[in-house]
Design a binder for this molecule. Structure first.
Ligand code: ATP
Ligand code: MG
Length: 651
């Protein structure tokens, strides 16, 4: 669907605004507002200055070569990502600083200082090299959230091998597709992983996935033990601990990589269709990740950083591994589910380790809302000083809940808009400078040029919505789609010459703030009004009974499309016809009659990707009685089945 000559409507008007406190502003890494203007006037100079925060083995000669759609950043420079994340901190004052504080789901824990992390990464690099892994080879990593996961990634980076992390929740089929697409030489996995007290049989999944691939060796971390039921194949499989025990303990010399050499591949979440192998470079990517830690996340040496994402997603790559470690930060890494053993597990972790910065997803916040504020209230969260969100538009009411119940109305919230493809946060407030508004990611970070345009690439101004675009190249942008440069060109640069198209709809308000309206593919057309999903969903979530909502357009004889809303209520709320009427009325009051849902379906769960994003295309398939599209990235297929039968009954 395209935005066409008619523009996207903007309906919801949010008037609340929160300015940084004087105290926060005074201590912030970035607190000089002129940085925006200076970066806009000379983005290359800005990025070159940021790149100098990294350690280069050989300085770059040229900041940017731009032959649309291909960019090269920091040309001629040589560096190593693992060296920047580990080695350079393992000497001097950070040597014995905690790099990773890991908490296992069953309650075990492990702390790796920068020096200990260096030794582990070096042993793993020796071990992988011993298996024949060379610079440029692909190593697929299919691990739970255990320290061996970042250690493996950094070991690959140290050798110059390209890692491709596949989320541990993926099935064998999804793993197989990704192994084949990347043409991986080695797979690193575990016997199993813990999830909510149960065991995910990773090795068994891997065995099934491997039959048709060219993988030569499988390295198996023993995490669960005998109950995982893993079997080893002679000659192909080897235990991680055996390899590590035999590996030399001498330092492993970091491979000097060209700035443009590939650091990793990562397949996108698959919310909209077949996953793409996104290719990230070394110098540009690391510059973006490192810069945003200092600017958006205001990282300091004293901070304790906790990002709740899984490393299997880009958020974990950038904000558990490469961003915080390149900045020499202390990272809390948690293995399991947020409700295991209790619904206060995250808050218990925050209290236990004195977390200062907490970064999570709107979907988690809506779940916390559903569970109720008594869970965070049972813990001391006073160490927190900054909060962040990523992954989906955050409904203003979810933002307010986060602000009140987690941030104690004291912590700035950075809503960060970005994608696997962008490598790091693109639209987000600098928390010491930019006043926030609940539901808006505010403005592009310094050095990033975003706009909202119509079908012809013209800016739409403040009245209407349109296509979100990024008009200039940036260091951490994807370099291509692995093995499919044509798809890269068409998907991201096919619509507007030399301008990056993320695929999201957005509008700008009178202060120039960006409001994401939802994915362009999900736009609803009711009687000629084009409506993004985010605003209608936020209106529904503003009702005190609602925890979560997803809206879609279903074909309708008269209106073109009618809105169907799928709604999850908060704990203890009764669902009945009065509530249906009240919710429709809320939408009418908040945004207008044209957005009134034709029908409201209550559901205990919404279909989500394994990265916990709502999959509206499947809801459309259900509402229109179609055969369901690609469901391989669905977290829980039973949700769709029950919705299908429920939908038939409601008809
Ligand atoms: P695929 O591209 O395979 O369909 P995906 O788009 O879900 O999957 P990601 O790269 O993980 O894969 O997600 C990026 C998308 O998530 C963005 O394009 C946007 O739609 C949404 N998103 C991320 N952060 C925000 C945010 N802060 N506000 C609004 N939307 C966001
Ligand atoms: Mg996407």
């Amino acid at each position: 669907m395209s935005v066409d000559s008619e523009k996207l409507s903007t309906l919801l008007h949010e008037t609340r605004s929160f300015s940084p406190s004087d105290e926060f502003r005074a201590q912030a890494n970035f607190n000089d507002e002129t940085i925006y203007e200076r970066a806009a006037n000379d983005p290359e100079a800005y990025w070159a200055l940021q790149a100098e925060q990294l350690t280069w083995f050989q300085p770059f000669e040229n900041v940017l070569n731009w032959e649309p759609p291909h960019a090269q950043w920091f040309v001629g420079g040589k560096l190593n990502a693992a060296y920047n994340c580990v080695d350079r901190h393992a000497v001097g004052p950070r040597k014995n600083k905690a790099a990773i504080i890991w908490e296992g789901e069953p309650g075990d824990s492990r702390v790796l200082t920068y020096d200990m992390l260096r030794r582990e990464v070096d042993k793993a690099a020796h071990a992988l090299k011993g298996l024949g892994v060379q610079k440029g080879d692909r190593v697929t990593i299919y691990l739970p959230m255990i320290p061996e996961l970042p250690i493996s990634m950094l070991a690959c980076a140290k050798i110059g091998a390209i890692h491709s992390v596949v989320f541990g929740g993926f099935s064998s089929k999804s793993l197989q597709q990704r192994l084949e697409d990347a043409d991986a030489k080695v797979l690193i996995t575990a016997d199993g992983g813990w999830r909510r007290g149960g065991v995910i049989p990773l090795k068994a999944n891997a065995d099934e996935a491997l039959s048709a691939t060219k993988v030569e060796n499988v390295v198996v971390v023993r995490r669960v033990g005998d109950s995982a039921g893993a079997t080893m194949q002679e000659g192909r499989d080897v235990y991680w601990h055996d390899l590590m025990a035999k590996a030399p303990t001498t330092p492993f010399e970091a491979e000097p990589m060209d700035s443009e050499d590939i650091l990793y591949l990562l397949y996108t979440s698959g919310t909209t269709g077949k996953p793409k192998g996104i290719v990230h470079s070394t110098g540009g990517y690391l510059t973006g990740a490192n810069t945003s830690m200092r600017s958006v996340f205001d990282i300091k040496d004293e901070d304790v950083w906790f990002c709740t994402a899984d490393i299997g997603w880009v958020t974990g790559h950038t904000y558990i591994v490469y961003g915080p470690l390149s900045a020499g930060a202390t990272v809390v890494m948690y293995e399991g589910g947020p409700d295991y053993p209790g619904r206060d597990r995250f808050w218990e972790i925050v209290e236990k380790y004195g977390v200062t910065i907490f970064y999570t997803a709107p979907t988690s916040i809506r779940t916390f809302m559903k569970w109720g504020p008594e869970h965070p209230a049972a813990h001391d969260l006073s160490t927190l000083r900054l909060l962040g969100t990523v992954g989906e538009p955050i409904n203003p009411e979810a933002w307010m809940w986060f602000h009140q119940h987690i941030g104690n109305e004291r912590c700035p919230i950075v809503d960060t808009w970005w994608q696997t493809e962008t490598g790091c946060a693109m639209i987000a407030p600098l928390p010491g400078i930019v006043p926030t508004k609940p539901g808006s990611a505010t403005r592009a970070v310094p050095g990033i040029d975003v706009d909202v345009v119509d079908e012809h690439g013209q800016s739409v101004g403040f009245e209407n919505g349109g296509y979100l675009v990024i008009k200039k190249p940036w260091p951490s942008m994807l370099r291509t789609v692995w093995g499919d440069d044509e798809r890269f060109r068409n998907t991201y640069f096919g619509k507007f010459e030399g301008i990056y198209l993320p695929g999201d709809g957005a509008h700008l308000d009178e202060d120039g703030y960006v409001w994401i309206l939802g994915r362009i593919d999900d736009v609803i057309n009711v009687s000629g009004h084009r409506i993004g999903t985010a605003e209608v969903e936020s209106a529904l979530v503003s009702h005190s009974s609602v925890a979560e909502a997803a809206v879609i357009g279903r074909s309708h004889d008269i209106k073109g499309q009618a809105i169907t809303a799928f709604v999850t209520v908060r704990e203890g709320i009764e669902t009945n016809q009065e509530l249906v009427a009240a919710l429709k009325q809320t939408v009418v009051e908040k945004i207008g009659a044209m957005a009134r849902p034709e029908e409201i379906i209550f559901t205990a769960e919404l279909p989500k990707t394994r990265s916990a994003k709502i999959m509206r295309r499947l809801l459309r398939d259900i509402a229109e009685g179609r055969v369901l599209g690609d469901t391989t990235t669905l977290a829980d297929p039973s949700v769709v089945e029950s919705l299908k039968s429920q939908y038939k009954e409601a008809d």
